[in-house]
Design a protein around this ligand. Structure first.
Ligand SMILES: [Zn+2]
Length: 706
């Protein structure tokens, strides 16, 4: 189809009937209320009008006229659409702008747009003759409107040209996708029971003592009154459900992610398929669950269960065509970071377990009871990719752990895709316990207790300190202390005594209270140890009044730190002392109310800073170097108590007050300011005099020493 020659013929013009119809379509004023106001628009019955004609070379020309143009008695079409059925081509000419358009019929810009907000368009109008001509041309029977027939053809043309352009990419993807088998028949059943397993509801109506269970999808009789949002069990099927008041909950929409691992039809590869499962529960529908599955992600794995290719369902290269694409290319958004690379829509999911043993029987995972493990995980979402990675890489001897009875630990590890337990990475690990850094004795205890990730971490700490606890003690510690810093101190006293003391402090009751008590106690022990107290001594380790002991130890510890800091600053303090001496000679001033104190050590600044809540310590280094000077104004009756902190600088022999502040950096009161001005004037006089004296003694001018 040569564009230029298409325009050699004149376009069709509007018929008298079309003009009449458009003139009669006067429109109707509609008013729409929106939040915060309203807007109005004209609603017309008709939108666009079509005429069509067959041109040379079996090309169909469909001309589109608009109501607005026709109403203005404009007989010219807005667009001329040329269609070539044989060669699968189409071209659209915009008669107003004189340009060719790439858009399909539904993307052309002509709409009645008096208003920026949404305005429904009028119907498209064509005579039966035109409709027949167009449908005959496209071999589409007679039922399609011109609009639909043209649009359908244009869609085919677009898809066709797309497939030609991207054949190499799409072929490779399709090759992988063709290997993906059908879903098992009971997959929906699995989605319902397992996918939403922890999210079933029982809608009740206290008036009728009946309810509807979304798990067994049956009406069940209920005894007594029910409470909204309370967890319980369905009396019919025994599923754990949340009770929901029929009157309180109009609808409950939710979604989860479910997945399946399958062997591909080529007999070599495997595929992880992930679905978003959306569920609607609406009162009008009697809360009967309506579940829709959207397959969003596929991971093709090779025969060794290693990652091969990743795909996601979405729009292919901005073409408007939705299909399987390479992961990360559809703009579905980058949801997160995993194992060193960004992933698209991969997510944790509830994995279908019924086929796992069969699927994995030819893989390196055949000895690991994967199906059993996944079943134990239940309706909790699993990082399936992480699980496979961990199992393939032999991160832990899952099979041995599972068979020995460390089931909770295995599921914890896989649910958290790696757990929190520190693992040993040495190459020559032989025994299962060595992987998690336990000796056989500690490991046996872990097995006995069916220890989870947390309890194993506690045992690791105890193993490092060679502390043994009984099973009962371990359970209590796991329940109320956890892998807390307090565990460090179990080496100093017997677990029995420590637990007894903690119980006395209230640990084991309210969790919030226990948490703050434990951190206070750990703080105390830490301070006591740093103060050199003997925490092996029970009277130190178990103080009568823990809170008071804490406060005292904390205060002592602060003092000790301050002294340490002061000794660290011995050299610079000596320099500051020298400067302070000079300053003292200049600012040797006082009146009935106030006097001036010159700080001569780090500690002096620090105490002032603490008392005044200012950051005067930050001036320490500059004061030491003589770049600035810090002075305190004190009241005569309380010379030990901070009042004003003052900064004085010298510029070309002139002394200047830079800051004069009271507590919290507040402005000094007028009397303190006046006092400081006087003190400064006196200091300036003294400085000038000594400068003159020095000049007289030595004619070469030496700058004032400050
Ligand atoms: Zn039920």
């Amino acid at each position: 189809m040569r564009k230029k020659s298409l325009l050699n013929t004149r376009p069709l013009t509007a018929t008298a009937k079309m003009l009449k119809m458009a003139a009669e379509d006067q429109g109707e004023l509609k008013r729409v209320k929106v939040f915060g106001g309203s807007y109005s628009y004209m609603q017309y019955r008709t939108g666009c009008y079509f005429r069509a004609v067959c041109r040379e070379g079996n090309i169909l020309e469909v001309d589109m006229f608009t109501r607005a143009d026709l109403a203005k008695k404009d007989r010219e079409p807005r667009f001329r659409i040329f269609l070539d059925y044989e060669n699968k081509e189409d071209n659209t000419y915009d008669c107003v702008s004189g340009k060719w358009r790439k858009a399909k019929i539904d993307g052309l810009d002509w709409k009645e747009s008096q208003n920026a907000l949404y305005v429904p368009q009028g119907k498209s109008i064509q005579t039966d003759t035109v409709r027949r001509l167009v449908n005959t041309y496209f071999h589409t029977g007679l039922s399609d409107s011109v609009w639909k027939a043209v649009l359908d053809f244009q869609n085919v043309v677009r898809a066709d040209s797309l497939s030609k352009r991207h054949r190499i990419i799409t072929d490779r993807i399709d090759q992988d996708m063709d290997m993906v088998p059908e879903l098992p028949k009971n997959f929906d059943h699995f989605v319902h029971w397992k996918g939403f397993g922890d999210n079933h509801m029982l809608f009740f109506d206290n008036g009728s003592s009946k309810g509807y269970c979304t798990a067994c999808m049956r009406h069940v009789p209920l005894k007594g009154r029910q409470e909204h949002n309370v967890k319980g069990r369905c009396p019919q099927c025994g599923s754990s459900v949340t009770y929901k008041g029929w009157k309180r909950q109009k609808y409950a929409d939710g979604s989860t992610r479910v997945s399946i691992l399958q062997k591909c039809e080529d007999g070599v590869h495997y595929v992880y398929r992930q679905f978003e499962a959306g569920r609607k529960l609406h009162r009008e529908q009697g809360y009967v669950p309506e579940v829709k599955l959207y397959e969003e992600y596929r991971l093709i794995l090779d025969a060794r269960m290693r990652e091969h290719h990743e795909y996601e369902f979405g729009e292919f290269k901005n073409t408007g065509i939705h299909r399987w694409c390479e992961s990360g290319t559809t703009g579905r958004g980058r949801y997160g970071y995993y194992n060193g690379h960004w992933y698209g829509c991969y997510a944790k999911s509830v994995l279908y377990s019924a086929n796992l043993t069969r699927v994995l029987k030819d893989t390196g995972l055949k000895y690991i009871p994967v199906a059993e493990i996944v079943r134990a995980v239940g309706s909790r979402r699993l990082d399936v990719r992480g699980m496979l990675d961990n199992m393939v890489s032999g991160r832990l001897p899952y099979e041995a752990f599972w068979k020995m009875g460390l089931k909770r630990f295995v599921t914890d590890d896989l649910l958290d895709s790696g757990g929190l337990t520190k693992l040993r990475r040495d190459a020559e690990l032989r025994k299962p316990w060595e992987y998690i850094g336990l000796s056989k004795e500690y490991f046996n205890q872990a097995v006995r207790m069916d220890a989870g990730d947390r309890m194993v971490r506690i045992l690791q700490r105890f193993r490092d300190m060679e502390v043994r606890v009984t099973d009962e003690q371990l359970e209590w510690i796991d329940g109320y202390i956890g892998p807390h810093v307090l565990l460090e101190y179990f080496r100093y006293q017997t677990p029995h005594k420590i637990i007894r003391y903690l119980k006395k402090l209230g640990v084991g009751g309210d969790m919030e209270h226990a948490k703050s008590t434990m951190s206070l106690y750990a703080d105390y022990l830490d301070a006591a140890r740093k103060l050199g107290m003997d925490i092996g001594d029970a009277s130190v380790f178990f103080p009568q009044d823990m809170k008071r002991a804490h406060d005292e130890a904390a205060e002592q510890y602060t003092m000790m730190q301050e002294q340490e800091e002061a000794s660290k600053r011995k050299e610079s303090d000596a320099k500051l002392k020298k400067r302070a001496k000079l300053l003292k000679s200049l600012f040797d001033y006082g009146d009935e109310q106030m006097l001036i104190v010159i700080p001569d050590s780090w500690l002096a600044l620090k105490h002032e800073g603490n008392a005044q809540h200012n950051c005067v310590t930050q001036y320490y280094d500059r004061a030491v170097e003589g770049e600035t000077n810090i002075l305190f104004i004190r009241r005569k009756e309380e010379p030990g108590k901070a009042f004003c902190t003052v900064e004085v600088k010298e510029r070309s022999g002139r002394l200047l007050i830079i800051q004069n502040r009271i507590i919290y950096n507040g402005e000094a009161p007028k009397e303190a300011k006046d006092f400081m001005e006087k003190a400064l004037a006196r200091a300036q006089e003294k400085a000038d005099r000594s400068a003159r004296d020095r000049e007289r003694e030595n004619p070469v001018r030496i700058p004032v020493a400050m």
